[in-house]
Design a protein around this ligand. Structure first.
Ligand code: ADP
Length: 209
């Protein structure tokens, strides 16, 4: 299945294949690179096994991507979310996708970023790492093959995009090195600025041969 076939409506504007060769941070197994891609657009349009929602602790919808996902998924999603009893920061819970083209939604609760001390920054980084790791673990546990992440915590929650992207890429890379069952991890960006950050950093974590 090609990336193009994953989209119900739009064709992908961008895939990893067009990333220029850049200096390698560390060597990577070629097959890892085949499993990640970058796409700019609306995550609610993706026809994949699971999309990851940047939710809040209540798991009952909200602004940003959370609102977009609930609006596109319909009331069924909200009803199932009511049975989940919320989630802690760094925790992830899975539901069906209802009216979305995606089969499932993984709801993860990112940290709200604020800079108060180096310890605080470290805690937020651990929590954001946990969002990615627990989402990936859930996908594997349910035997899902594709997962699409939005850029968790970098919108309303204010996490600096460069730092958050480092965490996203590092966590996915570490996970995919030991797990071989996930076939496709898609990083979904909304803004051009975020796209540029991912374009610059992906080759460091997933360098082309
Ligand atoms: P958070 O509260 O975790 O910061 P936001 O929803 O505010 O979550 O933003 C998370 C990221 O999702 C941001 O990069 C934002 O630009 C992006 N985003 C917003 N709407 C969509 C969408 N429909 N599809 C994909 N990404 C989106």
């Amino acid at each position: 299945q090609t990336l193009r076939q994953l989209f119900k409506h739009p064709s992908p504007k961008y895939t990893l294949a067009s990333i220029p060769k850049e200096k390698q941070k560390y060597p990577v197994n070629g097959s890892l690179l085949d499993r990640v891609s970058l796409w700019q657009g609306d995550i609610t349009k993706l026809q994949v096994d699971a999309i990851v929602n940047a939710a809040n602790k209540r798991l009952l919808g909200g602004g940003g991507v959370d609102g977009a996902i609930h609006a596109a998924a319909g009331r069924g999603l909200l009803e199932e979310c009511r049975t989940l009893n919320g989630a802690e920061i760094g925790e992830s819970k899975i539901t069906k996708g209802y009216n979305l083209p995606a089969k499932h939604v993984i709801h993860t609760v990112g940290p709200i970023y604020s800079y108060s001390s180096p310890e605080d920054v470290e805690l937020k980084a651990k929590q954001l790492t946990s969002c990615y790791r627990t989402s990936l673990e859930l996908a594997v546990k349910r035997n899902l093959k594709q997962i699409a992440f939005c850029s968790i915590s970098t919108g309303i929650y204010g996490y600096p995009i460069e730092d958050a992207t480092d965490i996203a890429l590092d966590t996915v890379r570490n996970f995919c090195e030991s797990d071989t069952s996930l076939e496709q991890v898609i990083f979904v960006v909304w803004s051009d600025k975020d796209k540029h950050v991912y374009e610059a950093l992906i080759p460091e974590y997933f360098p082309p041969d």
